[in-house]
Design a protein around this ligand. Structure first.
Ligand code: AMP
Length: 114
């Protein structure tokens, strides 16, 4: 188990979020500081601190999260493409230590990222 974070508070509805998708295993809501016209965070309800902390028993959950992103992208009509990002650890630029997938779309995205 990881420490509780503000994403845990969003899961428990203790702080508000613009939720766009939910199922048994994950929750998705709009990023409060969007970096693209569509910027959604997809998080597991079970808190894993970061990708590097995932265990073999989390494999099915990780697959579920990626498939959920693809469903949300379809719902959001990101038909011309999108990017999925998992910032991991200090050098990865992670600031909230509850695993989350960024879904970014709605504009052409540059490469390489910063
Ligand atoms: P990361 O830097 O990969 O850890 O991403 C954390 C993300 O959480 C950032 O893009 C923040 O803008 C976003 N964020 C922080 N607080 C909130 C919040 N209360 N609601 C929605 N998104 C948030």
């Amino acid at each position: 188990m990881s420490e509780d974070t503000l994403f845990g508070k969003i899961i428990r509805r203790e702080i508000p979020a613009d939720i766009v998708y939910e199922d048994d295993l994950c929750l998705a809501f709009r990023d409060i500081t969007p970096q693209a016209p569509t910027h959604i965070l997809v998080i597991p309800k079970q808190p894993i601190a970061m990708l590097s902390a995932a265990q073999a028993e989390d494999k099915a959950l990780l697959g579920h999260l990626i498939f959920a992103v693809s469903e949300i992208a379809r719902q959001q009509k990101l038909d011309s493409g999108y990017r999925v990002v998992i910032n991991t650890g200090e050098d990865g630029g992670q600031t909230v230590f509850h695993l989350h997938l960024h879904l970014l779309g709605g504009r052409a995205l540059g490469w390489p990222p910063g």
